[in-house]
Design a protein around this ligand. Structure first.
Ligand SMILES: [Zn+2]
Length: 414
């Protein structure tokens, strides 16, 4: 084994061990706090609901442990096990051109990955979500979604991959810069067409009719100086009873989408407070900042890919004989997560900082106490644990733990 192969193997083993350790800690912590509702929630959350949340969290985390092991086994097979080499040889046997071979290789890797992860997805939806009463999707709709997602991935992913491979092939030393521009344009294009072309393939959207709620929401938007194209309700209940609200679109075509499951559970004041939080994310430029970070990071990764694809040790270390741009592309994005996993706590804490900021925006522009009561209902309805393991939470959670988040809101109310 070469030095680079060894470095990658160590990174893969350490990141997998860390994932398993964090998951095991989380389950142990949640189970240790299963017997009592935290005193701050005692009046709102029953012991039964608290225990359901503990068991639901443990079941999801346990599946996450299996998933970590499966992911690692797959990466080991694709690299040291010679999987990428075999798939590339198959592609090379069918096609001549470098780009055609590359596209087939990318498709084969995507198909293998999808098939390996399929049982985990089925188990999550039809065992875990079903057992805890959240699943509303029928097997027929599940497979229809699966086919639609695969068709979309092919329709958008293949032209993008072909374009990037072509740039890598013909445009010389600065291909990574051109590929980055294509990547940025592609992402902006998908963001722009998502609300009108993609989302309606999966859900029905109807205008929000409730006059009292409409009135509240419109007043809030006015107060915050916000203009949107539509207030829509989405039939989220076709798939799951988990509720949510989100923004989509750009500039003046912005829309606000409420899951029907959210509207049936929250009072108009609570919906207003949740929406004020979402408006906060927009007003404080969290969305733009996030997109800017992703674009900056992708430029750095493409530059790094350009560097490693010209190094023999990169291919040799990952047990691949073939020197091909597509092989480099596939290997690179397989190897990178083992090294970037340690950045996860930074990304999570950046996201939690934004959540606190959006909460204070909501406290200023709507009502902190209604946001608290909405959050308590959502924690309860979604069976989110109120007692996460602190280390697991610091590492992964994009949202602050319930106790800390609510304590802050209650202080801002006083
Ligand atoms: Zn938020």
């Amino acid at each position: 084994m070469t030095a680079f192969g060894l470095v990658f193997l160590v990174a893969l083993i350490l990141s997998t061990a860390l994932r398993l350790w964090l998951g095991a800690r989380h389950i142990a912590h949640v189970q240790a706090h299963r017997s009592a509702v935290p005193p701050q929630f005692a009046s709102d959350v029953t012991l039964e609901a608290h225990q359901k949340a503990a068991d639901y969290t443990s079941a999801k985390t346990r599946l996450g442990l299996v998933s970590a092991a499966v992911d690692t086994a797959l990466v080991l097979w694709l690299t040291f096990g010679g999987g990428v080499q075999k798939l590339y040889e198959a592609a090379a046997g069918w096609f001549d051109g470098e780009i055609a071979r590359g596209l087939v290789l990318i498709m084969l890797v995507a198909i293998v990955t999808t098939l390996v992860e399929l049982p985990l997805g089925l188990y999550r939806t039809f065992r875990i979500e079903e057992r805890f009463g959240f699943n509303k999707i029928t097997p027929a709709l599940y497979w229809i979604d699966f086919v639609k997602n695969a068709a979309l991935a092919a329709a958008f992913g293949l032209p993008l991959a072909a374009c990037v491979l072509w740039l890598m092939d013909v445009s010389g030393g600065y291909w990574w810069l051109y590929a980055w521009l294509v990547w940025v344009a592609f992402n902006l294009f998908v963001l722009a067409i998502y609300p009108t072309w993609i989302a309606p393939l999966f859900n029905r959207f109807s205008p929000m009719n409730d006059p009292e709620l409409r009135d509240r929401v419109e007043k809030l938007l006015q107060r915050c100086g916000f203009r949107v194209k539509g207030l829509l309700v989405m039939d989220g209940s076709r798939r799951s009873s988990h509720g949510n609200a989100y923004f989509t679109g750009f500039g003046n075509s912005k829309r606000i989408v409420f899951f029907d499951t959210l509207l049936t559970r929250l009072t108009p004041q609570e919906v207003e407070a949740v929406l004020a939080h979402e408006l906060g994310h927009f007003r404080l430029r969290h969305v733009v900042k996030r997109i800017a970070w992703i674009f900056a990071a992708s430029l750095a990764f493409l530059w790094l890919l350009d560097f490693v694809m010209h190094q023999d040790w990169f291919y040799a270390g990952l047990n691949v004989d073939a020197r091909s741009i597509a092989v480099a592309l596939v290997l690179f994005f397989m190897v990178v997560p083992s090294f970037t996993f340690l950045l996860q706590p930074l990304l999570s804490s950046y996201s939690r900082k934004h959540e606190f900021e959006a909460d204070s925006y909501a406290a200023q522009n709507a009502s902190a106490s209604h946001l608290v009561s909405a959050l308590v209902k959502l924690y309860k309805d979604n069976a989110s644990t109120l007692t996460p393991d602190p280390v697991h939470s610091a590492f992964y959670d994009s949202h602050p733990p319930a106790l800390i988040r609510i304590a802050r809101l209650q202080r801002s109310r006083a």
